[in-house]
Design a protein around this ligand. Structure first.
Ligand code: GRF
Length: 224
């Protein structure tokens, strides 16, 4: 039934909520078939419960090793037969076997302008580097951390006196819009991963799309 999402999250779940809000508003032609987590007490699982969504949370410490945890969580993901797996603040590294199993069907939202600031603590890293701009990226998940091809980015200015928390708070609503726009583009068939490369409107994407203030994705001028 329609375009099916599996959402993975470890945190508060504000991006999951943004997807659900967009679906409820008729702005995103998709449905969330399940929410999956490594943290049973996280906000994302609470949101799933409130919405009566299928959810599975498995604690890593209940498994022999990373591979066993990953295999169990992702067999629950596979069971909902998702068209797209959306990692929205899922804070565990996904094993290579799983990444390959779901090749071209898994995206991640990362809070930086990739390839700058991979990994954790990206807001502090952007400030420490003296960046004038910060942002978020939606990229394909590949075996190397935060290294997959980027579909789209949103940019915000770094302001004098910014702290990591201030930057994160200002970025969050823009991240939500970016994720909704990217999932929407994929659900509508405008954006697709083919053999690890992004296509947009039937053409290979030469550079990440950017999110406009109105929430639409646009090609960078040089590639339009
Ligand atoms: C977001 O900042 C996302 O970019 C990062 O983790 C955070 C998740 O936030 N990967 P939430 O759990 O969706 O509120």
């Amino acid at each position: 039934m329609g375009f099916t999402l599996a959402v993975l999250a470890s945190g508060r779940g504000s991006n999951l909520q943004a997807l659900l809000d967009a679906i409820a508003a008729g702005a995103l032609p998709a449905r969330v078939a399940g929410v999956f987590s490594d943290k049973p007490a996280c906000g994302a699982i609470a949101i799933a419960r409130e919405h009566g969504l299928h959810h599975v949370a498995l604690r890593p410490r209940d498994f022999a090793d990373r591979a066993a945890h990953d295999a169990a969580l992702f067999s629950a993901v596979a069971a909902v037969q998702p068209d797209l797996i959306v990692c929205a603040g899922y804070l565990r590294i996904i094993t290579e076997a799983t990444v390959k199993r779901f090749e071209d069907r898994m995206i991640n939202l990362h809070p930086s302008l990739l390839p700058r600031h991979k990994g954790l603590d990206t807001h502090a890293a952007a400030l420490a580097a003296g960046d004038l701009e910060h942002g978020a990226s939606v990229h394909a998940v590949v075996p190397a951390l935060d290294a997959g091809p980027v579909l789209a980015q949103v940019r915000i200015p770094v302001l004098a006196g910014d702290t990591p928390d201030a930057l994160a708070d200002r970025l969050r609503p823009r991240e939500h819009a970016l994720l909704v726009a990217c999932v929407g583009a994929i659900a509508r068939g405008r954006a697709a991963l083919r053999g690890g490369r992004w296509q947009f409107d039937g053409r290979a994407l030469a550079a990440p799309l950017s999110l406009r203030a109105d929430g639409q994705l646009q090609l960078e001028a040089a590639h339009a």
